[in-house]
Design a protein around this ligand. Structure first.
Ligand SMILES: [Cu+2]
Length: 489
C-alpha cells in the first residue's frame, strides 16, 4: 500500500519529481497490458462551441476505445485550478509511475450536520458527502478502496467511462468489498466533467448513510472559457434523523427532515465567497434518496453549461435562475458574480429549507396561538406555531431546542432572523474579501454581513412618501378574520 501524501506535499516535491513521474509514464504504459499497441488518448479539442455540424449519431457514447495510453498526470495549480469544496476537501493523491493514486476509505463518521445535530453516519476519509475526487482528463487513476465498515460495500463511479469490471456494481461487475478488505480500481479517464461516486451495494442504506461524493475531471486542453475564479462543488442529499436517535433512518421513503449541501444544514453550511466580478462555477450533484432539488440563485442568472453526460454546446445553453438537479444527476452552472451582496442560494422547495422539527405540523395560519405554544412546549421543547409573529423570535428559540436537534429554521441575520434552514447557503460577493477568508468559511458563516449602500436598502416607507405616491394611506389593520384552516371547509 503506497503512502498517501497530500496535495500540498506533492506541490512541495518540485518539478524534478514530476518530470520523473512523467518520464516513467511511457515505461509504465509499455509494461501494462493497456499500452501495447494502443493509441495515445486524444482529448477532445479545447472548444466548447458547437461547430454546428454535430452529428445525430456520435462516434462513441462511452469515450471510445479503452485500450489507450494515458497522458501525463497534472498537478493542481499547475494544470488546473482546484475546486473549492465548502465544508469538505479533495482526496489527497500521489503519483506512482505516472499513475494518480488515491486511497478512499469507507468508514463510520460521527458527523455534525449542524452545531446541534450529530449522527453516526457513513462516509469517506472522515467526511460525509464532501470528499471530492479530482483528476484530469487522460490521466490514469488507481483508486484503492478500503472498507472499514462493519458490512460489505462497493464503489461505483457515476457517469465515468471505464471498463465494465471497474464499474463497481456489487454482485454484477465485482465481488463485494468485504469488511477489512482493500480493492483496487484502475482505469484511464477519457472524458472531463462533473461526475459522482457512491456505494453500489445495499444502496438505500449505504447511500442514505452518506457514502456519496463528487468526482471532478478537468479537461486536458481547457478552452479559455473554462477558466473560472471560483469553482465550487456541492453534493446534495436528504436525511431522516429522528429526534433522540443516533443514526439516520434510511428505511423511510418520506419525511426527510435534514436537507444538506455537502453534509451540512444551514446555518452550518459554509458560504460561497466570491470577489465582485469573479467568474463562478457551481457543480451540483444529487445523490439523495428520493427527491429532486430546484436550486435557485438570487441576484444573478446562470447558464447551465454541463451535465454528467457532457459539456452543453454554447448554442444549446440557456439562462436560468433555478436549475433542477434530479436524483442521480449533476448540473454545472456558471455566471459572473458582478453584483456585491449577501445573496441566497437554496433549494426552492420550501420544505427543503426547513430543518428537522418544522415538518408534519398542523397548519394553523390565522389562528391565534394564544398559550398554545407554551403548552405544546411542555412536551415538545422548541415548538413554535408557524405563520405567526413569533417566527421573528427564533433566535431566542434556538436556546430551548431539545438535545441533538437543529432549530426548525434558520439563523440570525443582519436584519433579523433568516427563516430558512436546510438546503440553503449564502453567496457572499464582495469588492474586498477582507476577513471572509473563503478557505476557512465555517468560522465566518455568520460574520461579515454585507452593508448595503445608502439608498439601496428596503426600509419602511415614510408617511410623506405614501402621501406623495399612493392614492391613500394603506389600512394598517390586517385584512381577514382569524379562521380555522385545518381542512377544506
Ligand atoms: Cu430540495
Amino acid at each position: 500500500m503506497p503512502k498517501i501524501i497530500s496535495r500540498r506535499e506533492i506541490l512541495g516535491l518540485g518539478a524534478a519529481t514530476v518530470a520523473g513521474s512523467v518520464a516513467l509514464l511511457g515505461k509504465h504504459a509499455r509494461a501494462s497490458n493497456h499500452g501495447v499497441g494502443a493509441a495515445q488518448y486524444q482529448p477532445s479539442p479545447g472548444q466548447r462551441e458547437s461547430s454546428g455540424g454535430r452529428p445525430y449519431w456520435e462516434k462513441s457514447y462511452s469515450g471510445g476505445p479503452i485500450d489507450v495510453k494515458p497522458l501525463a498526470p497534472v498537478l493542481p495549480d499547475k494544470g488546473y485550478k482546484p475546486v473549492v469544496v465548502p465544508d469538505g476537501g479533495a482526496l489527497p493523491f500521489k503519483i506512482v509511475d505516472g499513475v494518480k493514486v488515491f486511497h478512499l476509505i469507507a468508514e463510520e463518521v460521527d458527523h455534525a450536520f449542524d452545531a446541534g445535530l450529530r449522527a453516526k453516519c457513513w462516509g469517506y476519509n472522515g467526511r460525509v458527502n464532501s470528499t471530492l475526487i479530482e483528476a484530469v482528463e487522460g490521466e490514469r487513476v488507481r483508486i484503492y478502496v478500503t472498507n472499514r465498515l462493519p458490512v460489505a460495500t462497493s464503489v461505483h463511479w457515476h457517469g465515468v467511462y471505464l471498463p465494465n469490471g471497474m464499474d463497481g456494481v456489487g454482485g454484477l461487475t465485482q465481488p463485494h468489498i468485504k469488511p477489512g478488505e482493500t480493492v483496487k480500481y484502475e482505469w484511464t479517464l477519457r472524458q472531463h466533467g462533473t461526475f459522482m461516486y457512491h456505494s453500489h451495494h445495499d444502496e438505500m442504506t449505504q447511500m442514505g448513510m452518506g457514502l456519496i461524493g463528487n468526482f471532478v475531471v478537468h479537461p486536458r486542453n481547457p478552452s479559455p472559457d473554462y477558466r473560472v475564479d471560483r469553482d465550487f462543488s456541492l453534493m446534495i442529499s436528504q436525511w431522516v434523523v429522528e429526534a433522540g436517535t443516533a443514526r439516520p433512518n434510511t428505511v423511510k421513503d418520506s419525511g426527510f427532515n435534514v436537507l444538506t449541501l455537502n453534509g451540512k444544514a444551514f446555518p452550518s453550511t459554509s458560504p460561497l465567497v466570491c470577489k465582485t466580478g469573479d467568474r463562478v462555477r457551481i457543480r451540483l450533484g444529487n445523490l439523495g434518496a428520493m427527491e429532486h432539488h430546484p436550486m435557485h440563485i438570487h441576484g444573478f442568472h446562470f447558464r447551465v453549461t454541463a451535465t454528467d453526460g457532457e459539456d452543453i454546446p454554447l448554442s444549446a445553453q440557456w439562462p436560468e435562475t433555478t436549475v433542477l438537479v434530479a436524483v442521480g444527476q449533476t448540473r454545472t452552472v456558471e455566471f459572473i458574480a458582478d453584483a456585491p451582496g449577501d445573496w441566497a442560494f437554496h433549494c426552492h422547495m420550501t420544505h427543503h429549507v426547513m430543518n428537522q422539527m418544522g415538518h408534519g405540523l398542523p397548519n394553523i395560519v390565522g389562528i391565534e396561538p394564544g398559550k398554545l405554544d407554551k403548552q405544546v412546549r411542555a412536551f415538545l421543547p422548541g415548538y413554535m406555531t408557524m405563520g405567526q409573529d413569533g417566527m421573528g423570535d427564533m433566535a431566542e428559540m434556538a436556546m430551548q431546542i431539545p438535545p441533538n436537534s437543529v432549530p426548525m429554521v434558520g439563523s440570525p441575520g443582519p436584519h433579523g432572523y433568516i427563516t430558512m434552514g436546510g438546503m440553503y447557503t449564502n453567496m457572499k460577493v464582495r469588492e474586498d474579501l477582507g476577513d471572509l477568508r473563503p478557505e476557512e468559511g465555517k468560522d465566518f458563516a455568520y460574520g461579515g454581513w454585507y452593508q448595503n449602500p445608502p439608498g439601496t436598502q428596503a426600509i419602511a416607507a415614510t408617511e410623506a412618501e405614501l402621501r406623495r405616491d399612493l392614492d391613500s394611506i394603506p389600512d394598517v389593520k390586517p385584512k381577514g378574520k382569524p379562521m380555522h384552516h385545518m381542512g377544506h371547509g
